[in-house]
Design a protein around this ligand. Structure first.
Ligand code: ADP
Ligand code: MG
Length: 362
């Protein structure tokens, strides 16, 4: 088989029309996905959306009923896991409790027939990469959650696989450590250059680590895009709701104008389909106007229902003139010259045409 990152040749992965069933459940329902060499892709979706199933078919621990998975030029669907040139970090780490840290990391190297001296070298180098130098002799059960996570990562990359797979690698860690590790994993990926496919149900984690994110729902691929595109241009209501905070108000559309109650909002893009459209309002894109209305900016008016201080921002609930209650998020910059808006007071928001997006109801 072709070698991976060790020789500077990370491998592309091409998943075509993969189907995986468990009884009557279609865990993966005709998913096609191409990951470029050296790319970091995250599979994102709610619990039960098929993320683990898809990762397991790539790793070789589950056999799909239909479809093809190619790594480089090779079809791998029928290869056993250890012949796939794939390193894997399991959700619960699956470290060997009876082995110390060094032995855990050495295991996949021994499995591949690597000689003793080279094993020792690679274990030391990998420990260094995950910032655990000097931990080789430690017992696994004497480590913290974060350290175990690093050992699992080290074990997966020690044999320099062309592809690294990670199933919810950070889910066992507390929030602060998780956020630090997201950045660390991304930096490690950039150093190694390995093609990486990770799984998470945490949308912020996906946006933080990935070049592209594949959003799954009920075994289907909903959208595969860069973090920026997913957030700014979600293709469906599901994706818009799953990533970031969102409000939707129904509008009727004629030409480049969306009508909401007696307000007319200029759109940046004229939709091809004009029936049953929803206007997506991201809470942080609504800017309080304080009386002055800059030219070319759409206006939304409403009454403040409540204002909740959340530290870095203020979360406002606002009943719009058209009757819908939406949320708006104001960054904490002393909340403007008028301070925190009082419940019952009227409020006016500006929304740039570029920040308008229509999504279909379905
Ligand atoms: P996720 O990782 O996104 O939470 P999974 O891939 O684990 O989702 O599961 C997708 C669907 O397949 C779910 O409906 C789940 O119940 C089902 N499923 C997964 N593994 C099995 C299994 N071994 N046996 C039966 N059903 C399974
Ligand atoms: Mg899972």
């Amino acid at each position: 088989m072709e070698r991976g990152a060790a020789t500077g040749r990370a491998l592309p992965v091409k998943i075509s029309h993969v189907v995986k069933r468990y009884g009557s459940v279609r865990a993966i329902d005709d998913v096609s996905l191409s990951v470029s060499a050296g790319e970091f892709v995250t599979l994102l979706g709610p619990s039960g959306s098929g993320k683990t199933s898809l990762l397991m078919t790539i790793a070789g621990f589950a056999r799909p009923e239909a479809g093809s998975i190619k790594v480089g030029e090779n079809e791998i669907v029928r290869l056993p896991p250890h012949k796939r040139d794939i390193g894997m970090v399991f959700q619960n780490y699956a470290l060997f409790p009876h082995m110390n840290v060094g032995e855990n990391i050495a295991y996949p190297l021994r499995l591949r027939g690597v000689g003793k001296t080279e094993v020792a070298e690679k274990v030391a180098r990998t420990l260094d990469l995950v910032q655990l130098s000097g931990y080789a002799e430690r017992r696994v059960d004497a480590l913290s959650g974060g350290q175990r996570q690093r050992v699992a990562l080290a074990r997966a990359i020690a044999f320099e696989p062309g592809i690294l797979l990670m199933d919810e690698p950070l889910s066992a860690l507390d929030k602060q450590l998780r956020e630090r590790m997201q950045v660390e994993i991304r930096r490690l990926h950039d150093r190694l250059g390995t093609t990486t496919i990770a799984v998470t149900h945490d949308q912020r984690e996906a946006l933080t680590m990935s070049d592209r994110v594949a959003v799954l729902h009920q075994g289907r691929l909903m959208q595969f895009d860069t973090p920026r595109q997913l957030y700014e241009r979600p293709c469906s209501r599901f994706v818009a709701e799953f990533i970031g905070e969102s409000n939707f108000v129904p509008v009727s559309v004629t030409g480049g104008v969306a009508r909401y109650g007696d307000l007319a909002l200029q759109l940046a893009e004229i939709p091809s389909n004009t029936v049953n459209q929803l206007l997506l309002l991201r809470p942080e894109k609504l800017v309080p106007l304080n009386g002055t209305i800059p030219g070319g900016i759409n206006r939304l008016v409403g009454i403040v229902v409540d204002a909740i201080f959340q530290g870095d921002s203020l979360l406002l609930s606002v009943r719009l003139s058209g009757g819908h209650e939406i949320s708006a998020r104001l960054p904490n910059r002393r909340f403007g010259e008028h301070g925190i808006p009082a419940p019952g007071s009227s409020i006016e928001f500006g929304l740039a045409p570029e920040d308008t997006l229509l999504v279909a109801e379905a």
